[in-house]
Design a protein around this ligand. Structure first.
Ligand SMILES: [Zn+2]
Length: 289
């Protein structure tokens, strides 16, 4: 039996943050008719069975983007919803990949970093990824009605070209995935590839998220390493990420080349404002070439 011993917190009425053992955050929003799962973590244990204990409503499984620490548990669900830009590479899982070795490597690195003791047995709780669910598109400004609970999709390309965020009207909460956090990796892929987004373009969308602030009181990113489980990311992070991107675009940023936190990622320039670090491709700042 795979583990269902996920730590979790109710963050508002019918809204939960589920911790995937320090690897990733999964969010569950429950309406009168349907429930929405935002991301599925890297794929440890029996997330589907655990969610079934919190709600018996039909589940709409949505993804903030196509990286494996968010889609690793996708194989347990027949259907999935994601922005079209992140559909083509869904079964690749980004640089870590969906393969068992890459996922185990990620899980072990996090466990070592956090010095955590977890109720999982990796041999049993991490199994082959897949089958790939059938994917459906989520578009910018699409409103999903879960039944007396409306959730609006806001695109925020930059981390990946299909990164999206979800604004839950009921709890006045924005769920950002990796579109904004304290270690914000922007660019998505080399210039010219379909994964690429310039800093200039990412900045427009980050500013739009900030401009939506009258509609939300707090935001959560897709990991709980810079905040405790169930506690929103601080109000500093989005404005500081915007300041960093503004400076990168203006050419006034003080960037420092730093090694990436995970293997298989290149060293890149990083701009730090407060506790927020924004990394980017030196040739990926402007939209034009
Ligand atoms: Zn990511």
């Amino acid at each position: 039996m795979k583990t269902q011993a996920f730590p979790y917190k109710e963050i508002a009425a019918g809204a939960y943050e589920i911790g995937e053992f320090d690897c990733a955050s999964v969010f569950l929003l429950i309406g009168d008719e349907k429930a929405m799962l935002i991301d599925t973590g890297i794929g440890i244990g029996d997330l589907k069975g655990f969610v079934a204990k919190l709600t018996d409503k039909p589940l709409m499984v949505c993804y903030t983007h196509d990286h494996v620490d968010h889609i690793g548990g996708a194989g347990a669900f027949a259907e999935g919803y994601i922005h079209p830009n992140d559909m083509a590479d869904f079964a690749k899982g980004g640089a870590i990949g969906v393969g068992i070795e890459g996922r185990l490597g990620y899980i072990r690195r996090i466990a070592e970093r956090e010095k955590g003791v977890y109720p999982y047995n990796l041999e049993e709780d991490v199994t082959e990824w897949g089958p790939c669910p059938s994917l459906h598109p989520l578009e910018d400004e699409q409103v999903i009605d879960l039944g007396n609970r409306k959730v609006t999709v806001y695109a925020c390309p930059g981390h990946t070209s299909g990164s999206i965020t979800f604004l839950d009207e009921n709890s006045r909460t924005l769920f950002m995935g990796d579109a904004c956090n304290c270690n914000l990796h922007l660019g998505g892929g080399p210039r010219g590839s379909r994964r690429f987004t310039s800093i200039e373009k990412a900045l427009v969308y980050l500013k739009r998220l900030q401009s939506l602030h009258p509609q939300y009181d707090r935001y959560f990113n897709g990991h709980y390493d810079f905040r405790p489980l169930g506690v929103p990311l601080g109000e500093d992070v989005l404005p500081d990420a915007i300041t960093a991107c503004d400076q990168i675009v203006a050419g006034t940023a003080k960037a420092e080349i730093r090694p990436a936190p995970m293997p298989n990622f290149p060293a890149r320039p990083v701009v730090t404002i407060g506790r927020t670090n924004v990394s980017f491709f030196p040739d990926g700042i402007h939209d034009g070439t």
